[in-house]
Structures are given as C-alpha cells and as structure tokens.
Design a protein around this ligand. Sequence first.
Ligand code: WT7
Length: 632
Amino acid sequence: MAEDFDVNLDTPKYYTPSAKCTENAWAGDYSQRYQEFLADPTGFWEDIARELEWYQDWDEALEWNYPYAKWFLNGKLNVTTNCLDRHVFNQRRNKVALMWRGETDDEERIYTYKQLYHAVCRFANGLKSLGVQKGDRVCIYMPVVPEQLIAMLACARIGAVHTVVFGGFGVSALNQRIRAVGAKIVVAADVTVRRGKAIPLKTIVEDAVVNAPSVERIVVLRREETKPVELHPEMEIDFEDLMENQPRECPAEPMDAEDPLFILFTSGTTGEPKGIVHACGGYMVGTYYTTKHVFDVKDNDVYWCTADPGWITGHSYGVYGPLLTGATCLITETTPDYPDAGIWWNLIEEYGVTIFYTAPTAIRMFMRVGEEWPKKYNLSSLRVLGSVGEPLNPEAFEWFYHVIGGAKCPIADTWWQTETGMHMITTMIGEPMRPGFAGKPVPGIVADVVDSDGNSVPPGTGGLLVVKGPWPSMMRTIWENDERYRKYWETIPGCYTAADLAVKDENGYIMVIGRSDDLIVVAGHNIGTAEVESALVSHKAVAEAAVIGKPDPLKGNTIKAFVILIQGHQPTEKLRNELVYHVRMTLGPIAIPSELEFVESLPKTRSGKIMRRVLKAKEMGMDPGDISTLED
Ligand code: WT7
C-alpha cells in the first residue's frame, strides 16, 4: 500500500525538442489526440485496429466485464501476416527487416522482409511436422539471434503459444517455466556468446527438461561449427534440419482476437513467477500503435531496441511492434562494454540508427565510463531516444539528451509493465519533456496517482499509480492463476493497480518512484525477494533468508541477502561464495546477491512475516518507521 510521502518538485524544468524532430509526429498536438480518445474511447482504438489486416472484422470493439476485458470480439487475425505478409505483398518486400550483429564486425546477418517471411514459414512448417498445433505451448530459450525471433513468429504463425525464457536464467527457473506452461517443444541454442566466450545453454536445457514430462522434442540451434554439440536423436533435433526441405509458404492460422499469443513470466512477490497471458488482437493493436506513435516510426527509420526478447520490452518493441510498423530493426548479441564501452555508439554510427530504445541502467553505466566513448562516433543519425525499465533519473536524462541525442532528439521515458503489454505513460514526441518524469498517459489510456481509497492525490503528494478501465493490450489472465489476475484489479476497485508509487506535478506529468511491493528492480530486471529467498533456503546450510534491494547508482538497486544458517554450519567465506554460486545456478546470474550477511535472527511480525522494510532501514541508517508489529 502507498505510504504517504511528499516530493519536492523544485522549479520545473522542461525541455522542448527541436521543431525538426517533431514536425511530422502524429502526436504533435497531444491534447487534441487525447481529446479525440476521450470523445470516443473505443472508436479511437478501432481506428487504429483498422490500419491492420483482419481476416474477419470484429462485431464489438470491447466487452468489459470487470475485471475481464475482451477486445475486437470475434475478430480474426494472425499477427504474423501483419508483421510479414502485409509488407511482403506490398511495397516492403525487399526492405531490410532485420539486421543482426554479433560481438565482432564479421558477424552480421541481414534479412529482408521477404527472407524473414520465408524463414518464419519454413520453421512454422517444421514445428507442424513435429505435431505442434494451435494452442500448444512452445518454450524458447535462446540468445538474441535471428532464429530466436523466427521461432517466436513461427509459433504465432501456427497459433502455438510461445513462452520465451531469457537466456540468462538458470536450470530451475527454466524448468519451472517449462513445467508451468506444459511446453511440448523447447527451442534452444547450444551456446550464447558473451565477451568473446561461448556459454553453454544446451547443458542447462538438458537439466531443465528432467521432470518436465510435457516436453516431446528439443530443437537445437547449433552455432558452434568447429565442434558441433552432440544431439540425442530420441529427443533432440537440429534447428536447420527441421527447416530444411520445408515449403517456404505456410498458411497463417486465423486466430480469434482473444486467443492467447504468448505467455511471458514476470517475477511475483510470493515466489512463483507469474505467467502473463497476452491475447492476439489487442496486443497487436497496442504494440503497433505505441511503436508507431511513441517512437514516430517512419519508413526510412533504422530502429534499435537493445532489450532481449526474453523480456517484455523485447517482445513488444524488439519484435512485434517494430515489425508491425514495417521498420528496419537492428538486433544484437553484444554486451554494452565489450570489446569496449564504445560498441553501442559504434553500432549506431555503423548502421545509421535513428530510433534508439534502451534502459537507464545502461545509460548510467555509460555515464560512468565517460563521454569520450560516444564522442568517438558520429551519432547524428539519431532522431528519437527511448528509455524503459526503471525511473530515468534527471542526471541520466540530461546525459542521454545532451551527450547521445546532441540536444536535438526527444526522449520517450516509457512507463509500462509485462502486464500492460504496451507503453502506458510517456511524453509523446512534440510535448515538452520534464527530466525525471515519464510524462502523461498515452492517448487511449487513463492513468492517475491515487491514495488507498482511490482518490486522486494533489500534485506533489505520492500515491499509487493506477490505470482506469481496460485497454487492448492488457494481460488477459495469469496462466492457471486467475485469482492472482483479479488481485491487480482489487486493490483499488475499478482500477488496475500497478504496484508502483508515483507522484504528479501541476501539469499532470507523472514521476514513477519505485515499487510498492516486494520486487527489486536490478538493472531494469524485476527480481522477487521471495524468489531469491527460496533459492537460498533450498541450500542445505540455510535455515532462513531475507533479501532486500539497496539503492545503487548504476543498477538502480542491488540485492543484499541476510542468511540464518542451520546449526552446525559455519559462516565462512567459502560458504558465502557457495551460496552466491547456488543462487547463480538456480536462478541465473541476474539474481545473485552482491552482498550476503550471516545473521542470527531476522526482524519479523508477530504473524511471522519477515519485515524487510526494517532490514532495509537499518541497512540504510534510516528510521524504520512503525515497528509496532515487530515480534520483539
Ligand atoms: C516495472 C515493470 C516494461 C518493460 C520493462 C520492465 C518499472 C518500467 C519504467 C519507467 C519507472 C519503470 C516499474 C514497473 N518501470 N518502466 N519508465 N520509469 N519505472 O517490465 O519487468 O514488467 O517491470 O518496471 O516498477 O512496474 P517489467
């Protein structure tokens, strides 16, 4: 629940992007667009949906049966005909759809829309040959390579539901997700490349499919050419072999607008990650609309979203959104500081990137290593910048705006979530930008900052960020846990509560402050305290564990763990390392604690809940606030 807090809003400072950047932007007049939406909310969305191709028109735009929404009722579509066929059979056949860059400049692969279309069709036919049918779940566990996107789109082509698992996750996280969705097929790669080293993924898959009886086949992309990994023929099949000799056309499955398109897991506050379910029609319309207008995509843009499709940002703005708009997309398997901190700026110059969407944690890392890196490259192609994942603090905004954008590019600080599917709050191109503030709801969305009774709070007073009413790309449910879905709409009746704390200024600009629940945002990734705690407790030496986020100038937050050992185990340096390693192996490197302290006891409520807020206050040397419920 929101704690009341006041924020000093100081003297507002707004930046106005240059007229040249904004003259052709759709949202040039934001208030007019917003009024158009308010005048006819569903008609507004229908107009957008009509820009796309449907096999069958919808009867009704919206059926709102709180908290359940159906959009574009009985409309029939396939998202891949909109991402591919629509361009291939029109003007964009030979336009570059995808450019992939590995870590070195001799690793480059390029697909035109037509080539991508055929690759997707062939892999879709391959999946069909393995018996994959509409509604079956396919788990994709790959690094950022064209085949990762091809696998996603091939699933969508035949109506299979994909669950992409980020390649940085470990065995138990992968196993849990495969089992949760009952995946029939796992599509994996042998390795992911990081800092010049091949890191095996296939061994992780081998361990993760144990006790996952739903899995029938594993499709393995073999990247290692000199010494290809061995395949076990009873289960495993080579990615290329599966595509070979398949027809290069594959009729797209006509999907109902409400059929699921994918399930993507996001960390929950109570251990089990939540499988967020998105529906074909609304998700397509929402991601198309926001990519096109928040980023103002034009036909000659070169678009680069740095997120891995293992996250929602990669789904919505690395794959579906940009392909729906027919953009030329850059994807890369690079690490921002390898071989040096100039690599991303090098890529922007080399590919002439015009729209660049990244995360505050990366921006802060670049700030730290210094301006000399971007200064080495010509970044004048850039036109629009975007940020997502956590608050873009004013210092990072200024640096991004001046050093990267040359004080001429608008920055869209986009607030949204896995659950929302698309951008919800940002500053639309053409509007003045206020550093530190994401901005206002995009036309089509009603959002507000409210107190715990749901009343709008005055400017400067903190509260809960809520969305009022349904929108097309909202999640439809949580996989096999509808009760948890309803919770999002129950905290404040009638509203979707995002579990973020926020504050508005006198112009209605919203600043997102942080989470109000037990999630820690580390380098833009949500980590549930409970996930890390249960990973620690699964170690034989650990009796109990509590985890908190500590503010960090670079990553936003880092994880600190407090651990109580089972009697007989000694709090040694060796055990500390072993526990960190254990978390790495179970959850993956993104979840490892950067500090681990052995303690004798943990602060708890009388009902036995760990009071993480007390731990955190102590850690930060702050007043823990109300501790009346503390056990002793
Ligand atoms: C949480 C959602 C949506 C893609 C990335 C993460 C935080 C996201 C912003 C922003 C401040 C932000 C929120 C949100 N967040 N964007 N622009 N400013 N905070 O997706 O993993 O579902 O996380 O990320 O706390 O609730 P996700």
